[in-house]
Design a protein around this ligand. Structure first.
Ligand code: PEP
Ligand code: MN
Length: 347
């Protein structure tokens, strides 16, 4: 941490900062310039926070130089992590060596629709099935998901296809039941700062797919991940799903640079959701190609056997030509950036 003193700060002001820092066991290195003095602090950063140094006379600014998150940071864990999803024998990796393709319907609507979507996903090369049983809709009048019945359908489709399942949990009260059915728990953008829910999914020990809050900075997103990690669960996969900007041409703006930025600062895997970013099926294939090229550890894509009848997000769901194009991209491009298909690494 670095304390910047104002040009008017006196020797007494500087001495006050030094003595407060030393009072909590820290060291303070004073560097006097012609106009300003800066003080470098070494020691326990949390104890420095409690000092409220910014409130002291003569202090102009306080900067932290280490990451505010610890458990998810690469500063103490330089190797990038791999998260394994699914039951033993069918575990699929999401991590730095492989490329993982997750796909399925936005919402579970019926057994037939879900199994059809899963078959489409699987024949396009997807190894993990997505599908929402509890849907966090912007409108309270929109389809809210089948709930428990949807979880049962997902479990049946997993049994039929062998694909591990990721599904969203929207309420801390449902975490236990969703964790009974799901292989991976999804936290959606609308709940990405819900501390109680983050802690509750952390407590399950199940892998967590943590979407970026639609207005969250990368640092805020990693702090959300830190809440999960603090509960002893480091099986967290981050998902960039677009952020809210002024641009109305797409539903959200895919922040493709978030992928390498996150990878530079956190050891957690990161995947991209081009479907929820774009909100339009015609952009899903190009954005998926971009995600692979930029080094994402996977993509998660909406597919639906009849998008025109979908109860949720039909305009972004793929089938037919687009899905075939996506399958081709997923087969060819990961190898170009040095990754192998995750399905070849199943354990
Ligand atoms: C979803 O993936 O089903 C979803 C609701 O996504 P998001 O939370 O990113 O909007
Ligand atoms: Mn959706």
């Amino acid at each position: 941490m670095v304390v910047v003193m104002s040009p008017e700060a006196t020797d007494e002001d500087i001495a006050r900062v030094v003595s407060r820092v030393e009072g909590v066991g820290g060291e303070a290195f004073v560097s006097k310039g012609v106009v300003r003095t800066i003080i470098g602090l070494v020691g326990n950063i949390d104890s420095f926070h409690h000092l409220n140094l910014r409130t002291l006379r003569g202090v102009a600014d306080v900067h932290r130089i280490s990451d505010p998150y610890k458990l998810v940071s690469r500063q103490h864990h330089s190797e990038r992590s791999t998260v394994w999803v699914g039951p033993e024998g069918k575990q699929v990796p999401i991590g730095p060596d492989s490329f993982t393709f997750l796909a399925g319907p936005c919402a579970v609507e019926s057994a037939e629709q879900t199994v059809e979507a899963a078959r489409m996903a699987q024949s396009a090369g997807a190894t993990i099935l997505r599908g929402g049983a509890f849907k966090p809709r912007t409108s309270p009048y929109a389809f809210q998901g089948l709930g428990l019945a949807g979880l049962q359908i997902l479990a049946d489709v997993r049994a039929a296809t062998g694909m591990p399942v990721v599904t969203e949990v929207v309420d801390a009260r449902d975490v236990e039941v969703v964790a009974e059915y799901a292989d991976m728990l999804q936290i959606g953008t609308r709940n990405a700062a819900n501390v109680g829910l983050l802690q509750a999914v952390g407590d399950t020990g199940k892998p967590v797919l943590l979407k970026r809050g639609m207005t969250a900075t990368i640092e805020e997103w990693l702090m959300a991940a830190e809440y999960v990690a603090q509960r002893g669960n480091l099986d967290i996969v981050l998902c960039e799903r677009g952020i809210r900007t002024f641009e109305p041409a797409t539903r959200n703006t895919l922040d493709i640079s978030a992928v390498p930025v996150v990878q530079a600062t956190s050891h957690l895997p990161i995947i991209v959701d081009p479907s929820h970013a774009a909100g339009r099926k015609d952009l899903v294939v190009p954005l998926s190609r971009a995600a692979i090229a930029v080094g994402a550890d996977g993509i998660i894509v909406d597919v639906h056997p009849k998008p025109e009848t979908a109860l949720c997000d039909g305009p972004q769901a793929l089938l037919g030509t687009e899905l075939r194009e996506l399958a081709q991209a997923v087969r060819r491009l990961p190898g170009v950036v040095g990754r192998v298909d995750a399905s070849t690494l199943t354990r």
